[in-house]
Write a protein that binds this ligand. Structure first.
Ligand code: PRX
Length: 654
């Protein structure tokens, strides 16, 4: 509700909520000050929220110095992440539900998996991996639907010290093959089919195609999930469920160093191929657990639902590692928000009495368009905190979320973070920080945001500031390197603004010190909360035999946040037809995956280039945004007339 009932645009939790919250405003202020004044003391104490095999004697050892970037936390401590997420809860929570699995079809029963069952299934999976020769440090690619086996596989890897790399089940065979090859994985774990929204994706067949481009020794573990027929290679394919049933139900966990990698997760950058973000064990787990508890005010016994897919970092930190480290009950949902109807999210919230609900603005915007009646018919009285992630949430969607889902009584935490950051960087704590719709508000403990002037690379000291967002010091959940390419890691994040971690985002800080993320300032776009490099889509397009050149930019899209706008120059003599447009859309779908399909393709006989041949993306972005009145200086173009041609034939006239 608005403060004092006035529409001030600032929303606070109720007195009751604040009284029972983990952190209130005074505590936040004191803890935040302590966290940045003495990180060793602060994180030394917070490290105790997880169990260590050998305790650490040092806490923070980090440097953001370009050329010497090195990030280590708790570096002489040892632990096992799987033991922290499962075994340590066995004394008090063996029969508590760890995971509620909600299948794609509401007609199928949900599964309630207790911590004891999670232990047994994880151990069985770990023994299957061991039997296939997986050892500590080996990479395992997971290409699964949102099914319990995905959780078992992640935790089994962590248990035996293997490094998992999850590939979102919506990615194409090519994208899968690239990730298997880049990480030199020994094994890929997949399923026969992935049901979603009543349709099925042929994961096994995608994997078969991917493996044609991989080392012959890569094994394929298949979860027979739907039971539909698939091609089977006797030497290479393994029936996971059958092997798990026959495996020993216990597997000891291995002692891992705090800085041993836990997982690799590929994400898009502004240039080149996707980057293999590496997260390690100790600091990541401390940070995921702490943020899950504090940001959502998670209390013992609550039911927590993060609607993300485990193929993205949000699923790693807030479906699996954070909640399970805290002994929570976490929901894993196989389906989509609109199947069988637009009330599915709310039906699931009512059915499982969800207390914290965490989703993306794009889902809210699409459900908003279907009308409030889909929400109103379900009992949402269990909800206490709502979360948003992945892109800026526009005030209209915020208000709808607040009014119709939260009924004006649930704080909304707009969490700003990235694959690279492991957990929330800037977010309200619901009992401590009043919210302003559209602002991610204030930094989490230990996080020191700075706003830099992009032209001069200087820090803006004034409270009110506009510029690029950097972080001045390390936090435990930060990525450590890019898989196999530390130089690229330094180049991508530490070269541009020396001494700082550069997020790639623009940002404004208001007079109250609130942060407002304004979106990426590089060639990364955010489509329905999915991050994509424009360069990836361009290289998919130019791989088509009829395409000579292409330039891809983002443009504002009502539901998706950003849409993909592709300018395409065809090979000489190729006729631009609607059929070809369709063909190119399908081509990109199959090269990368459905999330990368261009929304608009404009035929571009020429692209605006400087005399040195560099494409002027600034101009292409403006035309795609239908804002061609303010193109700026075009005099340096080799041929300024191409701009008029592009404007006249622009696709987005909305
Ligand atoms: O641009 C920011 C946007 O998503 C980017 C990170 O994408 P990814 O690594 O895929 O991780 C998404 C989930 C953590 C950021 O650089 N972003 C994420 N959360 C927000 C956001 N933009 C504005 N507000 C947010 N809450």
């Amino acid at each position: 509700m608005a403060e004092n009932g006035q529409p001030t645009g600032v929303y606070s939790a109720s007195k009751d909520f604040i009284a029972n919250a983990h952190v209130n405003a005074e505590q936040y202020a004191a803890m935040y000050a302590a966290s940045v004044a003495d990180p060793d003391a602060f994180w030394g104490a917070q490290g105790k929220r997880i169990d260590w095999i050998k305790d650490y004697s040092t806490v923070k050892n980090t440097s953001f110095d370009y050329g010497n970037v090195s990030i280590k936390w708790y570096e002489d401590g040892t632990l096992n992440v799987s033991a922290n997420c499962i075994d340590r809860h066995m004394i008090s929570r063996a029969n508590q539900t760890a995971i509620i699995w909600e299948p794609d079809s509401p007609a199928a029963p949900a599964q309630h998996i207790t911590y004891a069952q999670l232990l047994e299934n994880t151990c069985r999976m770990a023994n299957v991996l061991k039997a296939q020769g997986v050892e500590k440090g080996d990479r395992v690619v997971i290409y699964l639907p949102m099914i319990p086996e995905a959780a078992y596989a992640m935790l089994a890897c962590a248990r035996i010290g293997a490094i998992h790399s999850i590939v979102f089940a919506g990615f194409s065979p090519d994208a899968l093959a690239n990730r298997i090859n880049d990480s030199e994985a020994k094994i890929v774990i997949t399923a026969d089919f992935a049901p979603r929204g009543g349709k099925k994706t042929a994961l096994k067949s995608n994997t078969d195609q991917a493996l044609l481009h991989c080392d012959d020794r890569v094994k394929c573990l298949v979860v027979k999930h739907t039971g539909d027929q698939t091609h089977w290679s006797a030497e290479r394919d393994v029936d996971v469920k059958a092997e798990m049933a026959a495996a020993r139900p216990y597997c000891p966990y291995v002692e891992m160093n705090a800085e041993d990698p836990l997982f690799i997760l590929y994400t898009s950058g502004s240039t080149g191929k996707p980057k293999g973000v590496v997260h390690t064990s100790g600091g990541y787990l401390v940070y995921a657990a702490m943020t899950q508890q504090m940001t959502f005010d998670y209390q013992d016994g609550d039911v927590f639902w993060c609607t993300a897919d485990v193929g993205w970092v949000t699923g790693h930190s807030y479906i699996i590692y954070g909640p399970l480290a805290n002994g929570a009950t976490t929901i894993m949902f196989e389906g989509v928000p609109t199947y069988p109807d637009a009330g599915r999210f709310w039906e699931v919230c009512a059915k499982h009495k969800v207390n914290q609900f965490y989703t993306a603005p794009t889902a809210i915007r699409s459900l908003m368009g279907m009308g409030p009646e889909w929400v109103d018919k379900h009992d949402l009285s269990s909800l206490r905190v709502l979360g948003s992630v992945g892109e800026p949430i526009n005030p209209e969607a915020w208000n709808w979320y607040n009014t119709h889902v939260g009924k004006g009584k649930c704080p909304i935490v707009d969490t700003f973070w990235q694959t690279e950051t492991g957990g929330h960087l800037i977010t309200p704590l619901p009992g401590a920080i009043p919210q302003k719709p559209g602002s991610a508000t204030k930094p989490f403990f230990g996080v020191k945001p700075v706003v830099l002037d992009p032209a001069t690379a200087t820090v803006q000291e004034a409270t009110e500031a506009d510029g690029v967002l950097c972080i001045a010091d390390s936090w435990p959940g930060q990525m450590r390197t890019l898989w196999g390419d530390h130089a690229r890691f330094e180049e991508a994040y530490f070269a541009q603004y020396r001494g700082y971690y550069f997020t790639g985002d623009g940002c404004r800080r208001d007079a109250d010190g609130y942060y407002w993320i304004t979106g990426r300032v590089d060639d990364v776009i955010n489509v329905s909360g999915h991050r994509m490099g424009t360069a990836e889509v361009e290289s998919a397009l130019v791989a088509h035999p009829k395409v000579a050149e292409s330039a891809v930019v983002g443009y504002p899209h009502d539901i998706k946040g950003q849409g993909i706008y592709a300018y395409v120059t065809l090979m000489n003599g190729v006729e631009p037809t609607d059929a070809l447009r369709k063909e190119l859309e399908n081509w990109v779908r199959s090269e990368i995956g459905p999330i990368a399909k261009p929304d608009l393709i404009q035929w571009a006989p020429g692209l605006p280039k400087t005399r040195s041949g560099k494409i002027m993306r600034r101009i292409l972005r403006k035309i795609a945004e239908n804002d061609y009145g303010s193109l700026g200086d075009t005099s340096t173009l080799a041929d300024p007339s191409v701009v008029d041609e592009l404007i006249n034939n622009r696709m987005n006239r909305g």
